[in-house]
Design a protein around this ligand. Structure first.
Ligand code: CTP
Length: 411
């Protein structure tokens, strides 16, 4: 996905600037062309020579010292994506207000490319209303924020504000560019214009106590790709998700954690949806009781009584409305086609997307997938190993074939 993509990597003066070196290396290894841009403060944290050595071209540091006469517009216009890593409180403020004080802040407002910002700062700064306001305003404008994590900070403090890991920032960049490609590839079709599509994504978490849960390996990538592609095809999309991943334009996200929250979020919207796609890995069992306080090992090995969760897909199958297309997923490790065919019938879905997660590069957490799409009419269709965006395209092609024509409204 990153091959040949031009990424401007803005580095500002936070102690986490050293992690930008690792991000740059990862991006270059994945085939991206990385243009490093450093603020003056960043150069107190890491050396420009290092950024140059691990980027794809010499680091840029000034509005005035570049061979290009108008460096900020050149950088902004030619970028496929700009990432600011780390993003200090200062750059967030400049970006929000449009104050073009240096090459990086000028580049940020001279671009139409997607922008990913990765804030890192002390907990007090991160929690300050000024910073939170700036973050909210930037998000509202479509800027993708990779939130900081909790953990040890410079100076021995512990709290929220630690830069997200280079791996997760890399994933957000890859996914954002992936989504852009999906939009570019499909935006003219408009095949789902006028349709409402409800997608679920991610694995649910069922609490055992305040710190432990029963979960699964789902990353939410396939569900998020489905939502992005459906929106790119013109649908009005709601994505009920358990994971904090950015979505492309036209996708309304509803955040949930448990199977029961997902059930409520889905069922309250199902009636209004032309298409429902259950890509989430929903827990089949949950602890019957959640301990209010952390279980202590001194109290012995707990016996956790489980109870069944409600099957959302099966409930949708029973309560379906005429003309609605319902899609299920099946992650299998053996007898994939037999299990998938029985699941399709049992749950009353129209389409079932089956994958064998025991195969390499397939399913959970990978950027790639390979599936067989089973149709309730008996047809099957194989999609061999490809990106999750391409799988989403194939699934939505199958959905479109089953959708009845839109009735023209009476006047
Ligand atoms: N699903 C659901 N609600 C549940 C469990 C699963 O809606 N409580 C949906 C999933 O989102 C997926 C499909 O059902 O679209 C199949 O999920 P899967 O876990 O493979 O099926 P199970 O019903 O758990 O069947 P089995 O235990 O036989 O694998």
């Amino acid at each position: 996905m990153l091959e040949g993509r031009r990424i401007v990597l803005g580095v500002t003066g936070g102690i986490a600037a050293y992690k930008a070196i690792e991000l740059s290396r990862r991006l270059v290894l994945a085939g991206a062309h990385v243009v490093p841009v450093m603020t003056e403060a960043a150069m107190n944290m890491v050396g420009p020579t290092t950024m140059t050595a691990l980027g794809s071209e010499p680091v840029k540091t000034s509005l005035w010292a570049d061979s290009h006469p108008i460096p900020h517009t050149h950088l902004g216009q030619t970028a496929d994506l700009i990432v600011v890593c780390p993003a200090t409180a200062r750059i967030l403020s400049d970006y929000r207000t449009g104050r073009s004080a240096d090459l990086l802040s000028a580049t940020l407002i001279a671009t139409e490319a997607p922008v990913v910002v990765c804030p890192a700062m002390h907990t007090e700064m991160w929690n300050h209303p000024a910073v939170q306001d700036n973050i909210a305003a930037l998000q509202q404008r479509g800027v993708i924020v990779v939130p900081p994590e909790e953990g040890p900070l410079a100076g021995g403090d512990i709290g929220a504000g630690r830069l997200a890991s280079p791996e997760s920032i890399f994933d957000v960049i890859a996914e954002t560019l992936d989504g852009e490609m999906a939009s570019a590839a499909t935006k003219d079709t408009g095949a789902l214009t006028g349709r409402t599509v409800l997608v679920t994504a991610g694995g649910t978490r069922e609490a055992i106590d305040p710190v432990r849960f029963i979960g699964n390996r789902s990353s939410g990538k396939q569900g998020h790709a489905l939502a992005d592609v459906a929106a790119a095809r013109g649908a009005q999309v709601t994505l009920v998700t358990t994971v904090a991943r950015p979505s492309g334009p036209g996708v309304e996200q509803v955040s949930v954690t448990t199977a029961s929250e997902m059930l409520d979020a889905v069922m309250s919207r199902a009636e209004a949806s032309d298409v429902v796609i259950m890509a989430a890995a929903v827990a089949d069992f949950r602890p019957k009781n959640t301990a209010e306080q952390k279980l202590k090992k001194a109290d012995g090995v707990p016996s956790i009584e489980l109870e069944r969760t409600e099957d959302i897909l099966a409930t949708l199958g029973v309560q379906r409305r005429a003309g609605q297309v319902i899609v299920g997923f099946a992650a299998e490790t053996n007898d994939m086609l037999t299990n998938a065919a029985s699941k399709l019938a049992r749950k009353g879905a129209d389409l079932l997307v089956a994958n064998n997660v025991a195969l390499p590069q397939v399913g959970f957490a990978h950027d790639t997938n390979a599936v067989t799409i089973l149709d309730a009419d008996g047809g099957t269709f194989d999609v061999s190993l490809t990106s999750k965006v391409a799988i989403a395209e194939a699934v939505l092609d199958a959905v479109e074939k089953r959708l009845p024509p839109i009735e023209s409204g009476s006047t």
